[in-house]
Design a protein around this ligand. Structure first.
Ligand code: CMP
Length: 148
């Protein structure tokens, strides 16, 4: 089983579409093993998006993700990183396929409602920024035998 980091951005929280997005994750067969709502500081946002530091969109990105609370998640499943990225859709919502979170629920790249790690290595780094090991749960989904 693989774990990935997911963050519902202020554009999801303030629009009241957290439940809509979480339902998609659960329905796909992925397991939510950690969840917390937090107000990001510029420092924590800077750690998450360190790779984008200096890019033209960086300032807007940090402004957006610190503008209201976010919901941070750890999501587990077979190929969770890849499956979650497919569920999320293209970074630019205008290019995202209908049926994906961004393709259904967003219009702009800055306010694209969700972030999901792009590799197993980055997932571990990002999980460590937001969660202590004891905050990540272990449990069996009742429908696990029907999903796998
Ligand atoms: P996310 O998946 O959170 O990763 C980096 C974020 O930067 C991305 O989603 C977008 O919200 C934001 N961003 C804004 N402009 C761009 C761009 N041109 N390319 C990539 N990411 C961008």
């Amino acid at each position: 089983m693989e774990k990935t980091f997911v963050m519902l951005k202020p554009s999801a929280v303030t629009r009241g579409i957290i439940g809509n997005i979480l339902t998609r994750v659960e329905n796909r067969g992925l397991k939510i093993v950690a969840v917390k709502m937090i107000q990001l500081t510029a420092e924590t946002a800077g750690k998450l998006y360190a790779v984008h530091h200096g890019k033209p969109f960086y300032k807007n990105l940090i402004e957006h993700v610190t503008s209201a609370p976010v919901v941070a998640l750890v999501v587990e499943g077979e190929d969770a990183v890849k499956i979650m990225r497919k569920l999320v859709g293209n970074t630019n919502p205008k290019e995202a396929e209908p049926g994906t979170v961004r393709g259904d629920l967003a219009m702009t790249t800055t306010k694209n409602v969700i972030h999901a790690s792009d590799s197993v290595e980055n997932a571990q780094t990002e999980i460590n920024i937001f969660f202590k090991p004891q905050e990540i749960m272990t449990y069996k989904r009742a429908d696990e035998n029907w999903i796998y």
